[in-house]
Design a protein around this ligand. Structure first.
Ligand code: SF4
Ligand code: SF4
Length: 535
């Protein structure tokens, strides 16, 4: 791996070659490996085969061109936004320097406008009069095998984060163009392992890690034991309990990965303390949805288990944990994918009586909305000094921030449970937040150089608050972030740890009957003044 000084030598000089000429060099560290034939077959996807992007022959099916163009036609008719986003771009360039991959790589085809042009040029050639008549003078080009390779390279160098869309005066969402580009590639069997392997596992077991129901239970029981060790309190963690009021769904990383695990402890402590009548599901054991990084169809298939389990268990509404793209799926698509969920009720907090009208259609709310409401109604006893070892900043995960507007609630929670909170510069947070660089299925090890480049703008803002205020903890509410940031920050900003917001809640929460705490949720000793002293 290159040293940080080397990665920072970014060349923004524009190449002399026309952008219309497809140029891709599958350089190690900057692309993801292809999906295995096994996963493709398992999911019933077209043209399953063994191949790799760096090979000359991609073994495309004989009719590949026709398949892609027919697929494009179908999608142009089906999704009005797709046709609109292809038609209305005026190439003003307002989005050009807003993508973290362009900032971190200097590759002009990572400018959102040019990323979209890679597909738009083929659209023009085949579906517009100007493109048919004037060819490259109208920005049109033929669909060739090299263009397919270029699509693959650049549509899997977009984390579908939607930062560019915030700056586009026409509201063009390049993420949706990437999503369509990936769908078209999939029609000829071109997709990546880091998306399809978790998707296949999720289809088989209900979660991306492939944890079967009989292994889900011991994982949750281990968390219950950890809570008991720290607090002296044995909490309930019901699984598949019919008739509970609430179904709780978290990303699977919360019960299998670090530092996600501590977020899980926080959930369990909170639910016990407020006496929530809830249940986990060993079948809908995943909030995330890697199908979203592949196609609408696969996203819909994977999402279906959430409503199916809610129905089977007879709950009233659904509460969701700290996940990123799960919330894009829920907020923007679930109701039309698998709804309407008429068998559920509009969520009402049993503790405060607050009615979450924003979830009128999906019947599912985010745990940060739920906890912020508890705090706003003074329902929790807290000792924020137990988080005094942390100087905290908050990373707005792309999907909760930009796809559902969850911006103030996490900050409100952190400010209630911690004494030291410092926001990063305004143009790098909230709707303008910078992506971690590893979302949308790009978190593969083989793609590490591109992840580090893409994550650089975010890391740079963390560095700013680290140096200015001594920030040593980045809190976030996304499972991919919690996996992506530890190596990213170790590389760019050593000395900053990563945590979920509900880990901080668990630290500060004073539970009825708890023993005197000597450690935080990570098992680190509390300083004398933190555990015992004031607030
Ligand atoms: S900001 Fe919008 S209109 Fe301008 S180039 Fe980008 S996508 Fe096109
Ligand atoms: S959606 Fe994000 S990653 Fe994709 S082009 Fe826009 S800013 Fe870049």
């Amino acid at each position: 791996m290159k040293m940080p000084e080397e990665l920072l030598k970014i060349d923004y000089t524009l190449p002399k070659k026309s952008w219309l000429e497809p140029t891709v060099e599958f350089r190690k560290g900057t692309y993801c490996y292809s999906a295995s034939a096994k996963c493709q077959e398992y999911l019933g996807l077209p043209n399953p085969r063994q191949w790799q992007p760096y090979e000359e022959d991609w073994k495309l099916p004989e009719n590949w061109k026709k398949t892609i163009l027919e697929g494009m036609k179908e999608r142009l008719n089906k999704y009005r936004s797709f046709r609109l986003f292809l038609d209305i771009c005026v190439r003003c360039g307002a989005c050009a320097d807003k993508c973290h991959f362009y900032i971190g790589s200097g590759d002009p085809k990572n400018m959102p406008v040019l990323r979209a042009e890679l597909l738009r040029s083929v659209y023009r050639k085949n579906f517009t009069l100007a493109g048919k008549l004037f060819g490259k003078f109208a920005g049109a080009r033929e669909l060739t095998e090299d263009v397919v390779k270029e699509w693959f390279y650049y549509f899997y160098q977009c984390t579908e984060c939607r930062r560019c869309s915030v700056f586009c005066p026409y509201g063009i969402d390049t993420c949706e163009i990437t999503m369509m580009g990936r769908e078209l590639l999939d029609l000829v069997g071109c997709n990546i392992d880091w998306v399809l392997d978790p998707a296949a596992k999720c289809y088989r077991t209900g979660n991306h890690l492939g944890v079967p129901p009989h292994a889900f239970k011991p994982a949750i029981e281990t968390a219950v034991e950890d809570v008991e060790t720290i607090t002296g309190i044995r909490v309930e963690a019901p699984i598949n309990r019919k008739g509970a009021e609430v179904l709780f769904i978290a990303p699977s990383a919360d019960y299998f990965a670090m530092p996600h695990w501590f977020t899980l402890l926080g959930y369990l402590m909170l639910f016990h303390e407020i006496g929530l009548d809830y249940t986990w599901s060993a079948y809908a054991s995943e909030g995330g949805n890697f199908g979203l990084f592949h196609s609408m169809e696969l996203a819909k298939r994977l999402n279906a288990k959430i409503y199916a389990e809610a129905k089977r268990l007879g709950v009233k509404w659904i509460l969701g944990g700290e996940c990123g793209h799960m919330w894009r799926g829920i907020h923007q698509y679930m109701d039309t994918f698998n709804g309407p969920a008429d068998f559920l009720e509009e969520p009402v907090s049993p503790i405060t009586g607050t009615r979450f009208e924003n979830a009128k259609s999906t019947k599912m709310i985010h745990i940060c909305e739920f906890t912020a409401d508890l705090l706003n109604n003074n329902k929790l006893k807290l000792k924020p000094s137990r988080n005094d070892q942390w100087k905290v900043t908050f990373h707005d995960s792309c999907n909760p921030a930009r796809s559902m507007g969850l911006i103030e609630e996490p900050r409100y929670i952190i400010k209630n449970v911690c004494h030291y909170f410092y926001d990063m510069p305004e143009n790098t947070i909230k709707e303008r937040t910078f992506c971690c660089g590893s979302g949308a299925g790009l978190g593969a090890d083989e793609n590490m150089e591109m992840r580090l480049r893409g994550g650089f703008p975010r890391a740079n803002a963390v560095k700013y608050v680290h140096e200015k205020y001594g920030v040593n903890l980045l809190a976030c509410i996304c499972a991919i972030d919690k996996a992506a940031f530890p190596p990213l920050l170790e590389y760019w900003v050593p000395g900053v740890e990563v945590a979920g917001v509900h880990e901080l809640v668990g630290n500060a929460l004073v539970m009825k009957g708890e023993k005197e705490r000597t450690t935080d949720l990570r098992g680190e000793p509390l300083r004398a003044e933190e555990g015992k002293g004031g607030v």
